[in-house]
Design a protein around this ligand. Structure first.
Ligand code: IPE
Ligand code: IPE
Ligand code: MG
Length: 266
């Protein structure tokens, strides 16, 4: 397991005491999550959709804390897609204000827990106040040695790929880069996720079997766990189920199961 910086062996044992059944040596280092189903959660309770988004924030905080307790290296959460602008204006406005309010409110405790927060996406389109807060939060936590918490805001996988291609092309035109030098590593270094290893596990809540333009490049070999649980209801036990599911998989990366490989060799 990629052990967390700040957790002693005793703390970890304590924190993990009720994670029975999990192999703590085989946890994903990077978890990505498509937090879906806020609207349906609210509707099922006769509440306006916006209440679902507020409830979703609590589920995200709890998931971040769990990842931190387990020593998971990175959590990348899909908060707002490039397609979500198509929603009614009042919902979009509410979400932008919510992001701002939550970030303002949580920054001190993120700092205290040594979380390094970054926002991935085309951030120029966000309201000015939110952009300023994002810059401030990213700068303030940049040197933190704890979990990498990536919040994908106005994020789209296709946009990310196009922007990366554009940056490389511009460099080639300026004569700074030989097209022959462009390989997968160089390409990945132009993505919003530069410097982060690819997610090992993708969780999508609310039962939708699609990736909705999320991390199109980075999810190449992620294990995918889809649960019917709606995001605001996603709790400790849902997360443990996702981790157990992950641990039941055989990751071959196009090769052979190491056990089968062993048998063929012998
Ligand atoms: C996910 O929940 C949150 C965002 C996309 C911002 P939804 O708002 O998509 O909830 P459903 O899918 O309508 O239930
Ligand atoms: C994906 O959820 C985006 C986020 C969770 C931010 P959506 O609700 O926008 O996805 P679709 O429309 O069901 O594919
Ligand atoms: Mg949705």
């Amino acid at each position: 397991m990629s052990r967390n910086w700040a957790i002693s062996a005793e703390d970890l044992t304590q924190a993990c005491s009720d994670f029975s059944g999990l192999d703590l040596n085989r946890l994903p280092a990077h978890v990505a999550v498509i937090m879906d189903g806020n609207g349906r959660w609210a509707k099922a309770r006769g509440l306006p959709r916006l209440k679902g988004h507020s409830a979703g924030v609590e589920a995200l905080k709890a998931t971040l804390r769990l990842c931190n307790d387990l020593g998971i290296r990175a959590l990348t959460a899909y908060a707002f897609s490039t397609e979500n602008w198509a929603r009614p204006q009042d919902e979009v406005n509410f979400l932008m204000t919510l992001f701002e309010r939550v970030l303002q409110r949580e920054l001190d405790s993120l700092e205290k827990e040594k979380v390094r927060i970054r926002f991935l996406g085309d951030l120029n389109a966000l309201p000015e106040g939110l952009q300023q807060l994002i810059t401030q939060a990213s700068e303030r936590t940049a040197k933190n040695i704890g979990i990498h918490f990536n919040v994908c805001t106005n994020y789209g996988g296709r946009r990310e790929l196009v922007l990366a291609a554009k940056k490389l092309a511009e460099r080639c035109v300026r004569g700074e880069l030989d097209p022959e030098m462009i390989d997968e590593n160089r390409f990945a270094s132009e993505l919003f996720t530069a410097g982060e290893d690819d997610p090992d596990l993708l969780i999508r809540t609310s039962g939708e079997n699609r990736i909705s333009n999320f991390l199109l490049w980075q999810l190449a070999y992620a294990e995918i766990h889809v649960t019917d649980v709606l995001w605001p209801d996603f709790d400790r036990s849902s997360f443990i189920k996702a981790l157990m599911d992950y641990q039941s998989r055989c990751r071959r990366f196009g090769g052979l199961d190491p056990l089968v490989k062993g048998r063929i060799r012998s």
